[in-house]
Ligand binder design. Structure first.
Ligand SMILES: C[S@@+](CC[C@H](N)C(=O)[O-])C[C@H]1O[C@@H](n2cnc3c(N)ncnc32)[C@H](O)[C@@H]1O
Length: 226
């Protein structure tokens, strides 16, 4: 966990749909760390757009379907939020970015401040990615309709790496953690010990903590081999 860094981590999300984040901020672990380890701010491009009637996007040059988020709109939103004091990490959320994994989540959780830019429809004017962003992240090789879900995925994944976000110990031996050598977590079981003819592995009922730890390590390794 990341407990010796300047806190709170300030996470700013630029979006056309700020109300989409209402649910996320009420859920653990985000709710647990909000106001202490995490500061989450939502910015609506429409409120700072220099264009009339809240316009934020436009037709693509060269023709084709869909609308493209305008570079002047995003620049105005960043200027209004930061002036000339731009944050060190401004991330465009796009399927064309670096693919998110746990190592990248850990890297982001160590940052003092992160800005996430989301788009909708056809995506960003490329100058937003090239000149207004420091990097670009994809949450996976598929296309969603907007950057709000990707932003929420990042907020949740980062929040659970902040001190106090999870119950003691529950974030240590998770899938992809160094505790599990970057592999997958072992299986879990709870009551009843026997259901239909499906029984819980007897080692877990043995009370022998050394054997249980060894069994779990073995299961984790087995699952992690492709
Ligand atoms: C419909 S997508 C645009 C897709 C774009 N035209 C393309 O083919 O790469 C609209 C917006 O949703 C967000 N988005 C969609 N899929 C994403 C993904 N896998 N990772 C990150 N953001 C994504 C981005 O902000 C993107 O600009």
């Amino acid at each position: 966990m990341t407990d010796t860094l300047p806190r709170p981590l300030r996470l700013d999300v630029f979006t056309q749909v700020p109300h989409a984040f209402g649910w996320l901020t009420e859920q653990k672990p985000v709710a647990t760390v909000l106001g202490t380890e995490l500061e989450l701010r939502l910015f609506n491009y429409r409120q700072t757009t220099p264009l009339k009637a809240g316009q934020v996007d436009d037709e693509p040059y060269g023709g084709g379907a869909g609308m493209v988020l305008r570079v002047d709109v995003v620049a105005a939103a960043l200027d209004a939020a930061y002036g000339s004091d731009r944050p060190a990490r401004v991330i465009a959320l796009t399927p064309q970015g670096r693919q998110l994994d746990q190592a990248l989540v850990e890297e982001l959780a160590r940052e003092p401040a992160i800005t996430l830019l989301s788009s909708r429809f056809e995506g960003f004017d490329e100058r937003i990615v090239e000149h207004l962003s420091t990097d670009a992240i994809s949450i996976g090789p598929y296309v969603l309709s907007g950057g709000e879900l990707p932003a929420m995925i990042l907020v949740d994944a980062i929040a659970r790496r902040l001190p106090g976000a999870l119950a003691e110990g529950s974030g240590e031996a998770e899938s992809f953690s160094s505790e599990l050598e970057g592999g997958l977590e072992y299986p879990h079981y709870t009551r009843p010990a026997s259901f239909r003819d499906w029984s819980v592995p007897s080692v877990l009922l043995s009370g022998d903590h050394a054997r249980i730890a060894e069994w779990r390590r073995g299961q984790s390794r087995r699952r992690s081999v492709l």
